[in-house]
Write a protein that binds this ligand. Structure first.
Ligand SMILES: Cc1cc2nc3c(=O)[nH]c(=O)nc-3n(C[C@H](O)[C@H](O)[C@H](O)COP(=O)(O)O)c2cc1C
Length: 277
């Protein structure tokens, strides 16, 4: 009766959700997607298998979909997905379904949770709010998450009861077409984000630790984003920098907001890279 919860998380929202589910569901186990991604074969062992991940650019982050494409999921008699997001329209569920259907699997339950955004242009608490970083605190996040807590209980019950909870519109031609378009566009992982550090960088190396793609290497106490390594676009480096020294050229300044989930640490984020964690 074991339950495997595979997760991917750049700034902790999805990890928080995965951890909460693991606490609430007996005989469940957390497995970081990044830690198994390079395995030749990824084979599930759980009788129930779930996926928790953030939505990027309306769809599934590229490392998550690579993982799903590689996954051998024969052990699962029940499957579910939980996507966390800021709250835009999304085709992530369409994408997960399409990949799994090719393996003869139909997701039994799909959930979406709106949470505080890790994107500096995020709409919560206010669009373009330059003071965002000062206003957001643990209390505010928990307030935003009272809805998340309520939904987590519904998700827990659904998983324990092996219930089928699917979006009302299962097939929508517009979403199906958009999903394919986004799949192609976001598949171009060569796009470089122009990260750089200002003079306040202390060379602490937290950015290198939390970089899930292993793109950052410290050189002479400064982070270097290696061009030949694809970015996962998780913004962990940007959001976890304790000095807010990491900026994006012509886009994000020192004043734009930073966010990571208050109940998740940089060590937990970097822990996703451990094999067999
Ligand atoms: C590159 C990027 C793209 C994003 N795109 C979307 C989006 O299309 N829709 C949305 O609602 N949220 C979007 N978000 C917000 C995240 O989905 C949201 O903050 C999520 O909970 C982060 O999860 P994590 O903390 O586990 O990484 C995006 C975030 C990033 C970094």
């Amino acid at each position: 009766m074991s339950i495997e919860i595979y997760y991917f998380s750049g700034t902790g929202n999805s990890l928080y959700v995965a951890k909460e589910l693991c606490k609430m569901i007996p005989d469940s186990k957390l497995i970081p997607i990044v830690g198994v991604l390079d395995n030749e074969e990824i084979m599930t062992k759980g009788e129930a298998v779930g996926f928790v991940f953030p939505i990027y650019f309306t769809t599934v982050p590229v490392p998550v979909r690579k993982f799903l494409e590689k996954l051998k999921i024969d052990s699962a008699k029940y499957t579910f997905s939980v996507a966390t997001r800021l709250g835009t329209f999304s085709v992530a569920n369409v994408c997960v379904n399409r990949i799994l259907r090719k393996k003869g699997i139909n997701l039994d339950s799909q959930f979406v949770l709106n949470m505080a955004s890790n994107s500096p242009t995020g709409l919560k608490p206010g669009k373009g709010d330059e003071d965002w970083i000062k206003k957001i605190n643990k209390e505010k996040v928990l307030q935003l998450e009272s809805e998340v807590q309520a939904k987590l209980n519904i998700i827990k019950k659904a998983i324990l009861g092996r219930e089928k909870i699917l979006p009302k519109v299962i097939f929508n031609p517009f979403s199906a077409v958009l999903e394919r378009i986004m799949y192609i566009i976001t598949g171009n992982t060569k796009t470089q984000i122009n990260f750089y550090t200002d003079s306040t960088c202390t060379g602490c190396g937290i950015c290198e630790q939390v970089c899930l793609a292993k793109k950052i290497k410290m050189h002479e106490k400064k982070p270097v984003w290696q061009k030949e390594v694809d970015c996962y676009y998780c913004y962990a480096c940007f959001n976890f920098c304790p000095m807010q020294s990491i900026l994006v050229k012509n886009k994000y300044t020192k004043k734009t907001g930073r966010y990571f989930h208050p109940d998740v640490t940089a060590v937990e984020i970097s822990g996703q890279k451990q094999k067999d964690a």
